[in-house]
Design a protein around this ligand. Structure first.
Ligand SMILES: C[S@@+](CC[C@H](N)C(=O)[O-])C[C@H]1O[C@@H](n2cnc3c(N)ncnc32)[C@H](O)[C@@H]1O
Length: 238
């Protein structure tokens, strides 16, 4: 039996080859992943080919703000594969799972019935007004939506992030422009984010786990913070 030990990122575990999270609902597998008991704790294998967040960790991600009581706004939750691992970690917090399509949403609802730190929201992330009454300010914004306007959607939802919050955007180059070289798309996405006021702290190509995908990790810069914006405006008005 391999020894499961803490990964260098908090609340993630590894046996040296596979990543794991501690199963919040022992005995329940979410997407057919292996459940591994180890010294009285049950761990769930975290598949980087099914979860871009796991892929990002294996690609050497250094920013990992998910804590026991974190609140997360997850856009494009689908059936909850990645969201369930986030739920394992933020056991005393909340994962607000926004999903547009009714088919995966049905499965997501069943998952949320047994995971009390997950809230399913059938909504369009293009219209955050649809869920802003339910979702307050969050510690982490995570988006995995393969739409042409994925950057626009992400920018609209940054308003939910707390001042020291971290935002993850999983970019699918081919959904933005199938005719362009993915590298070119990545550069223009990063530029767009920076111009909008996000400070990009990490970015990583997710190959070989996901082809033509990049993860961008950012924090709010003062340009995007409403209070500072007002202060700046006041200063500018002089
Ligand atoms: C790549 S899948 C997400 C996989 C999931 N993040 C995971 O790792 O388990 C993208 C999902 O985004 C959803 N989606 C697409 N456009 C959306 C929108 N405007 N608002 C919310 N969800 C959307 C799709 O229905 C699909 O389920």
């Amino acid at each position: 039996m391999e020894k499961i030990v803490p990964h260098e990122l908090p609340n993630v575990y590894t046996d040296g080859r596979t990543l794991y999270t501690e199963n919040l609902v022992p005995g329940q597998s979410v997407y057919g992943e292996k459940l591994v008991p180890h010294f009285g704790v049950e761990y769930r294998a975290w598949n980087p080919k099914r979860s871009k967040l796991a892929a990002l960790i294996l690609k050497g991600c250094r920013t990992f703000p998910f804590e026991k009581n974190s609140t997360v706004l997850y856009l494009g939750a689908a059936t909850g594969t990645t969201a369930s691992h986030v739920s394992d970690i933020v056991a005393e917090g909340m994962v607000y799972c926004v999903e547009l399509s009714p088919l995966p949403f049905r499965k997501l609802v069943s998952l949320c019935e047994i995971r009390f730190d997950m809230m399913p929201l059938l909504a369009d992330a293009n219209n955050p007004e649809g869920y802003e009454q339910l979702v307050g300010k969050v510690d982490v914004l995570y988006q995995d939506i393969a739409q042409r306007n994925q950057v626009e959607i992400f920018l609209k939802n940054l308003k939910f992030l707390k001042e020291k919050g971290v935002a993850y955007l999983m970019v699918k180059a081919r959904s933005i422009d199938v005719s362009k070289d993915p590298e070119e798309v990545y550069d223009s996405v990063k530029l767009e984010l920076v111009e909008a006021g996000l400070k990009v702290i990490e970015s990583s190509d997710l190959a070989p786990y996901e082809k033509d995908h990049m993860a961008v990790v950012g924090i709010l810069s003062s340009k995007l913070l409403p209070s500072r914006k007002n202060q700046n405006r006041k200063k500018n008005l002089g």
